[in-house]
Design a protein around this ligand. Structure first.
Ligand code: FAD
Ligand code: NDP
Length: 493
């Protein structure tokens, strides 16, 4: 016999948990949320409450970034008079790092968080049902448990929040490469060089994690098809990140195309590739990680039979209220491939709950969504890049750029610059974009995102009194315009 609910949610990740919780606690809906059994590496049968962000994304990644950042701290400490032993076996000449113990601590924390997410649902009166969910029709979901048992759930509304999965690039021997799930569950690092393929968020973040934790004598290569890392970000910021990665000892291999991965033995690989000049090359290494994008997780959940429309990237097509083309079936988060970030999935989940149960159709607001790349040092951004602003507003843009050596590095001796940038609409004085590459950029950008959301002008930035001495104060003291991009047409503002 089918169990009856007001809402059945497929997936207890960022979006699914938030939507289920809000539907139940704010609007009194009777909710069931279906999630696969917990494990670190996801598969057709493995998942866990908390989803990608908590188990194999933002959280474990950030813990490893913290771990890797000590390499920098050790090196900088020397400049401040700390008598560390000269040239240790770790990165930047610091002490050797024990990856296995960091991994054990990470696993303990993630296991704790997974059960916390189970409790969040329980406390909200949401039934967390373990198993694999699939739609039988628009109002019926079949859940298959790990033991093969089957439950039928019925609801007026079904929410698909199944997230995404990593996609590799096709080449012979691709199966010998790992993806981010496996990278976050590695029990040890190989003795040889590491190659990371790709140049997006995950690739640049993991290049930094590996560089900071791998032995000083082992190379970390970042191989990508374009000429620069982080396509889509502000060009000057991309240049700065690229320079920083190189300075921090990551070997950049732009313009390269991997062709074949050979495995000779454990941690004994050869990556064949074509270099930027078109010449065939081979690189001996111990580990290859593919960080070449993700795709929506839409297979095996009954979408085809139900006629749920997908776009050309296999993302579920939704309207501005997260409704699919099938009445009663909604979708949020990475499976809809709008902006694939945890806070966006949360926003979509809250808007869904209000639209579906709160009696008010509510659109998520995608304007001025801030984000950060946790490469080292990080890049953070909100609003338009210079290039986007020039295009969107037909020029008429003032650009303020500040590039300086952070105070800490003047004594530590690190040769690295922080970059800060403001993009301003020349006519209205509205700040359209803020960008930063440097220590603490994500923490600083979160505050600036509020200012942009409020439509702050450059004059209001200038009228704000700084906190001294900080790097952040530079955002309110940039008085000299670096350049003006003249108007070439009618502005949209
Ligand atoms: P998910 O969190 O992926 O949740 C989907 C859930 O559905 C999973 O738990 C899955 O097991 C479950 N599921 C799937 N199919 C079924 C089924 N048939 N039945 C039952 N359950 C099912 N974003 C940031 O904002 N900041 C970051 O720093 C950041 N770092 C990241 C690092 C990495 C390595 C990765 C991979 C992603 C990162 N992201 C980050 C992106 C972020 O994790 C996602 O945008 C976010 O998790 C999307 O939430 P979601 O609810 O759409 O999907
Ligand atoms: P990204 O889209 O950021 O980067 C994908 C990279 O793979 C790009 O460099 C792309 O190159 C390259 N690539 C794609 N296809 C190919 C191919 N066929 N051959 C060679 N290279 C290829 O995806 P990620 O996997 O890094 O991350 C997925 C998403 O997860 C992000 O977009 C983001 O939304 C989210 N995320 C957010 C984080 C954060 O907020 N800090 C951290 C991690 C993930 P090209 O640029 O040339 O297309």
């Amino acid at each position: 016999m089918a169990e009856e609910f007001d809402l059945v949610t497929l997936g207890a990740g960022s979006g699914g948990v938030r939507a289920s919780r809000f539907a139940a606690t704010l609007y009194g809906a009777k909710v069931a949320c279906i999630e696969l059994p917990f494990g670190f590496v996801s598969s057709e049968t493995v998942g866990g409450a908390g989803g990608t962000c908590v188990i194999r994304g933002c959280v474990p990644k950030k813990l490893l970034v913290y771990g890797a950042a000590y390499a920098e701290e050790f090196a900088d400490a020397r400049g401040f008079g700390w008598g560390l032993p000269a040239a240790g076996a770790g990165a930047e000449g610091g002490p050797a790092h024990d990856w296995a113990s960091l991994m054990k601590l990470k696993e303990k924390e993630i296991t704790r968080l997974n059960s916390t997410y189970g409790n969040i649902l329980k406390n909200a009166n949401v039934a967390l049902i373990e198993g694999r969910g699939a739609l039988k029709d628009a109002h019926t979901v079949e859940v298959t448990g790990a033991d093969g048992s089957v439950r039928l759930l019925k609801a007026k509304n079904v929410l698909i929040a199944t997230g995404g999965v990593a996609t590799g690039i096709p080449m012979e021997g691709a199966e010998h490469a790992i993806m981010s799930d496996e990278a976050l569950a590695l029990q040890s690092l190989p003795p040889g060089p590491i190659v990371v393929l790709g140049a997006g968020y995950i690739a640049t973040e993991f290049a930094g994690i590996f560089r900071g934790t791998h032995g000083a004598q082992h190379a970390v290569h970042l191989m990508f098809r374009g000429d620069k890392v982080l396509r889509g970000f502000d060009e000057e910021c991309r240049d700065q990140v690229q320079e920083n990665l190189t300075r921090r000892g990551i070997n950049l291999l732009p313009g390269c195309k991997p062709t074949k991965l050979e495995k000779h033995g454990e941690a004994d690989l050869t990556l064949h590739y074509t270099d930027a000049a078109g010449a065939a090359q081979a690189l001996k290494c111990g580990l290859v990680m593919m960080a070449t994008g993700r795709k929506p997780r839409v297979e095996g959940i009954g979408l085809e039979a139900l006629g749920v429309a997908l776009d050309e990237h296999s993302a579920i097509k939704v309207d501005e209220y997260s409704r699919t083309n099938v009445p009663g079936v909604w979708a949020i988060g990475d499976v809809t491939n709008r902006i694939n970030l945890t806070p966006v999935a949360l926003m979509e989940g809250m808007a869904f709950a209000k639209s579906c149960f709160g009696g008010e159709l509510t659109k998520p607001d995608y304007r001025n969504v801030a984000s950060a790349v946790f490469c080292q040092p990080p890049l953070a951004t909100v609003g338009y890049t210079e290039e986007q602003a020039v295009q969107e507003f037909a020029g008429n843009i003032d650009v303020y750029v500040s590039r300086f050596r952070p105070m800490k590095y003047t004594i530590s001796g690190r040769e690295e610059k922080t970059l800060m940038k403001l993009i301003v609409h020349a006519e209205s004085d509205v700040v359209l974009g803020c960008h930063m590459v440097g220590p603490d950029a994500p923490e600083i950008m979160q505050g600036l995102a509020i200012a942009l959301k409020c439509g702050a002008t450059k004059a209001q930035f200038d009228a704000t009194v700084g906190i001294h001495p900080t790097a952040a104060e530079e955002f309110v003291t940039m008085r000299s315009r670096s350049r003006r991009v003249p108007a070439t047409g009618t502005s949209k503002l």
